[in-house]
Design a protein around this ligand. Structure first.
Ligand SMILES: [Zn+2]
Length: 338
């Protein structure tokens, strides 16, 4: 199934200025995050005039139930990926539209018709796919260019992952029009590895950065929207989910763990791109060893079991050889300096 969720995407230097016109005379409620909301108010002070409710930080079933008590005509999500996922779930449950104001360039949550559900402690449980109407994604340059660089970097990794994971599932071409469209967009995402993403470039917010931001926020999300299960997550995200079961990895960002998962995935299939990928991740300071992720040698068996479970949960094709997975993880335990 081809499923897109966003009616309008406005990436411009003052995109927030049109918010009140878009809301009109509807009763709006802002779901606000801990950090990003204050930044959004700094850029656009009129945001504070709208009623708001605080997000508790996890996209969990409990949080969705709590927020479901509020009944606006339109929800406005101002925050990061987990907040946006929560808002989508509520908007869908209540059959009301949603406006999304991303405060981080870290994920494609604003463009995906799904929510990733975690426990209240932050461990991955599942993802739910559903039709949700996002009226507009407001990507305000003033807000995004000052957002945390680490999140941007992790977002780029998660976007590059679209290519490797789509290719893992569907190969490089498909006779299915949706999957082929997803693969074409995913290939564009993979090419982001060729662009410089250093912090000074991000702050300058030139043409290349704008191009990258569009891929992280929008194009990356459309990949799964076109290709559905044919271009969605694969082994790299299964590794991410397995890693998220270990407390020591909680301070790493989603994209950082996905990047490590990509190394595992590409080594598993003996891809020619493995070293290119590892070099790239090292060059931008992303973790490429289990030691960096705080996983000890004696935890590798538990990690292997978790990864195999996650691969099964996600319905990804079975590993031919779990022993090989263990070997790869043992090799990736220590930091390898080149
Ligand atoms: Zn991801």
């Amino acid at each position: 199934m081809i499923r897109q969720t966003v009616l309008e995407y406005d990436h411009s230097d003052d995109a927030l200025e049109n918010l009140h016109t878009l809301i009109g005379n509807r009763k709006a409620l802002v779901l606000k995050g801990l950090n990003g909301y204050g930044e959004a108010v700094r850029v656009f002070p009129r945001l504070e005039n709208l009623p708001s409710v605080q997000f508790n930080g996890e996209c969990s079933d409990e949080e969705v139930n709590r927020l479901n008590a509020y009944r606006p005509d339109v929800w406005i999500a101002v925050g990061g990926g987990k907040l946006i996922d929560t808002a989508k779930r509520i908007a869908f449950t209540q059959s009301v539209p949603l406006i999304v104001v991303p405060t981080l360039v870290s994920n494609c949550a604003a463009f995906t018709p799904l929510s990733v559900i975690y426990t209240e402690e932050g461990s991955y449980i599942r993802y739910d796919t559903f039709p949700v109407v996002i009226e507009r994604v407001i990507a305000d340059e003033r807000l995004l260019r000052d957002s945390p660089y680490d999140y941007f970097k992790a977002g780029v990794i998660d976007t590059v992952a679209k290519w490797f994971e789509a290719r893992y599932i569907s190969g490089t071409t498909s006779k299915d029009a949706g999957i082929q469209s997803g693969l074409s967009l995913a290939a564009q995402c993979g090419k982001l590895m060729d662009l410089s993403i250093h912090e000074q470039d991000f702050r300058r917010y030139g043409t290349d950065v704008r191009y990258i931001v569009d891929h992280v926020l929008a194009i990356g999300g459309a990949v799964g929207g076109f290709g559905d299960a044919g271009t969605r997550v694969a082994v790299a995200h299964a590794v991410h989910n397995a890693l998220s079961r270990f407390d020591s990895t909680h301070h790493w960002l989603h994209g950082d763990k996905v990047g490590f998962g990509l190394i595992v995935q590409e080594r598993l299939i003996r891809s020619d791109d493995t070293f290119l990928l590892e070099d790239w991740l090292q060059s931008i300071g992303a973790p490429t060893s289990l030691a960096q992720l705080g996983i000890r040698f004696d935890q590798i068996d538990e990690l292997v079991t978790s990864i195999v479970e996650e691969i099964t949960i996600q319905g990804i094709r079975d590993l031919e050889n779990p022993e090989r997975l263990k070997e790869i993880l043992i090799n990736l335990q220590e930091v390898v300096y080149k």
